[in-house]
Design a protein around this ligand. Structure first.
Ligand SMILES: CC(C)(COP(=O)(O)OP(=O)(O)OC[C@H]1O[C@@H](n2cnc3c(N)ncnc32)[C@H](O)[C@@H]1OP(=O)(O)O)[C@@H](O)C(=O)NCCC(=O)NCCS
Length: 199
């Protein structure tokens, strides 16, 4: 697996030691309001953690812990994870932050780093994002990071938007915003720290 760094966050694989902070976040009804499965108890959090480890092993991707670079505290998670949608296996951008970290641009910062790594380092072809049509903050995040076109559909009995971005679109966006061609853009600079060799 790998670590990433943004100006304010370190992204690293989740670990068993994250269980208490993760469980606290996933037990918060406001954080889980738009989640398909609702709030998680300790057992469900452990299942999520095990599924994340499985994603790392089988797919070399998955939700990464977001750590505050200043104080080392757990902020949430963000990553690209496998998801079966309309019968096909897709790679889905997901993120979830503890409430005290909302409204500071951190989800956008983490999502940009995740996409940059997925498209530029891993050279993935296509990434989707599924967002409930009523989830204004998350819709804003996906649009800020460059998702444009979407398909409206029902997913697990909820009205959602299925956004898709291809690598070429990400590259165009990166050129347009200066991510490619400038040394270290202030808002989106990403440092990549492969743990077990570069993918
Ligand atoms: C959704 C979530 C990830 C956003 O994280 P965040 O760090 O606050 O997001 P950002 O600050 O990067 O961007 C949020 C944007 O939505 C806007 N926004 C937030 N709440 C809003 C609301 N109720 N109505 C309109 N816009 C809203 C913000 O103003 C900001 O846009 P701006 O930069 O143009 O001002 C966070 O609220 C969260 O973790 N929620 C719980 C888990 C979740 O729902 N995850 C997504 C599942 S699809």
């Amino acid at each position: 697996m790998f670590d990433l760094e943004t100006p304010r966050l370190r992204l690293r694989p989740l670990a068993t030691a994250d269980l208490p902070a993760l469980a606290e976040m996933l037990a918060d009804p406001e954080v889980m309001r738009h989640s398909l499965r609702g709030v998680c108890d300790d057992m469900a959090t452990r299942t999520f953690l095990d599924w994340s480890f499985d994603c790392y092993i089988k797919h070399r991707t998955g939700p990464l812990a977001l750590m505050d670079r200043q104080d080392g505290n757990f902020v949430g998670f963000c990553g690209v994870s496998p998801e079966r949608i309309k019968g096909a296996m897709e790679l889905n951008l997901g993120y979830r932050l503890a409430k005290r970290y909302w409204g500071q641009g951190l989800a956008t910062e983490a999502a940009l780093a995740t996409l940059e790594h997925a498209f530029s380092d891993r050279r993935l072809d296509s990434i989707v994002a599924i967002v409930e049509s009523a989830h204004t903050a998350s819709l804003r995040v996906v649009e800020k990071v460059g998702f444009g076109c979407f398909e409206a559909l029902e997913f697990h009995k909820r009205a959602v938007r299925l956004y898709r971005m291809h690598r070429a679109q990400w590259q165009q966006r990166s050129v347009a915003t200066g991510l490619i061609g400038s040394a270290t853009p202030a808002d989106t600079s990403v440092t990549h720290h492969p743990k077990h060799g570069k993918w």
